[in-house]
Ligand binder design. Sequence first.
Ligand SMILES: *[C@@H]1O[C@H](CO)[C@@H](O)[C@H](O)[C@H]1NC(C)=O
Ligand SMILES: *[C@@H]1O[C@H](CO)[C@@H](O)[C@H](O)[C@H]1NC(C)=O
Ligand SMILES: *[C@@H]1O[C@H](CO)[C@@H](O)[C@H](O)[C@H]1NC(C)=O
Ligand SMILES: *[C@@H]1O[C@H](CO)[C@@H](O)[C@H](O)[C@H]1NC(C)=O
Length: 382
Amino acid sequence: MFFLWFFFMLAAAAVARAQTLEEVLTAHSDTLSMMLMWLASQEFIFECLSEAKGITLLAPSNTALARLFGTSLPARLASDMNLLTAFVNYHILDGVYHMADFVSARTTSAPTFLSIPAYSNMSEVQVIQERSENGTLTFFTGGGAQSIDLDFTGGTLHVIDSVLMVPGRVTDTLVVAGYTAAVGALRLANIDGPLDALSNMTVFVPNNEAFIAIGSAISYMTIEQLTIVLNYHFVRGRVLRSQLITTGTQRSAQGAVLNFRVENGALFVNSARVIATDLLVKNGVVHILDGVLNPANATATPDPNAATQAPAFNGLTTTTCGVSFTAPVVPTTTVSTNAVPTATASSPTTPTPTLVRGDAAQARRALGVTVVCGLAQYDHYV
Ligand SMILES: *[C@@H]1O[C@H](CO)[C@@H](O)[C@H](O)[C@H]1NC(C)=O
Ligand SMILES: *[C@@H]1O[C@H](CO)[C@@H](O)[C@H](O)[C@H]1NC(C)=O
Ligand SMILES: *[C@@H]1O[C@H](CO)[C@@H](O)[C@H](O)[C@H]1NC(C)=O
Ligand SMILES: *[C@@H]1O[C@H](CO)[C@@H](O)[C@H](O)[C@H]1NC(C)=O
């Protein structure tokens, strides 16, 4: 009798210490029931996740999945195995990251399992940016996360209130983020395609106001001159996330150097202020500037105390600019962006999760899932 009781207590203690993924999802069915139902329909993925060790799962809440069903993404996921794999793998971090790990740094990034070339043309795996502010953790490519650690046998889980969009092409990402003048300029100079085909790159993108401010100069530029200016805005062969940039220089694709300065905690490229950092794209990273960089004026320096900087181009007139590319442009594809989906669920009742109908055989062939499974020593599946 005593021994039975003892073993019962031991078993109970073991369960309390380490619940399986399924048990954790079940215990939090108020927010994660749709995730559980979806995983149940994805036998192979569920098995891999359950067996994996040392991972952090970013689990979209019921609200996040309901919102997703109002978009066209589920249909695309169902018909594109590569996209599904990229999407799933982007929600899994390689390592156990507890809330406390994030809270210590203002912005950090963590590696995901996304490494499919079509969705991550970098020598490193795609990352997720996190920001921790006032106790709320925000994953940069998506919404916020609950500030609790839901540990399971394979690692830990955070509930996120929006699905994470797999980083997409530079131009699509810029269109969604509203930086349409830059997209117009890149298309006019015909370097949008080549930019998307590069790997390992960093782009500094002037905002719309910056292009408008030099409108009178741009309207007199030839395509060749515009190309020279635009090429001065990116660095080939280096993925310079903001935490890697300090005072110093980098050679631009145009040939002239870019001068980085950190002044009063703000980052400047030549005289332009970096106003948004780390927009993730499939082949690198994008930072947003409040000025257009001038390769003929690499020595331009900022006034760190001024809210706005003088444009780095001389001879500007105040004529309202008639530059056509500052007009809104439309995306050529909607495959993936860094934006939070804006569509809402069509019905207030919880829709049936029809995200993707399971096809374990197909999933088995998927490259990225193999990566997670490799971690879980599931090599015999491939
Ligand atoms: C990306 O950079 C890595 C080194 O950081 C290099 O090994 C790889 O070949 C680069 N990819 C391309 C296509 O340049
Ligand atoms: C965090 O709190 C500070 C001070 O209360 C506030 O100014 C700031 O906007 C908050 N940040 C977020 C992301 O809520
Ligand atoms: C990845 O980058 C390489 C080198 O720049 C390029 O040749 C290739 O087409 C790119 N792949 C994709 C899928 O964009
Ligand atoms: C260089 O930039 C400064 C502003 O930082 C501007 O006043 C100056 O006119 C520019 N020079 C040239 C040659 O464009």
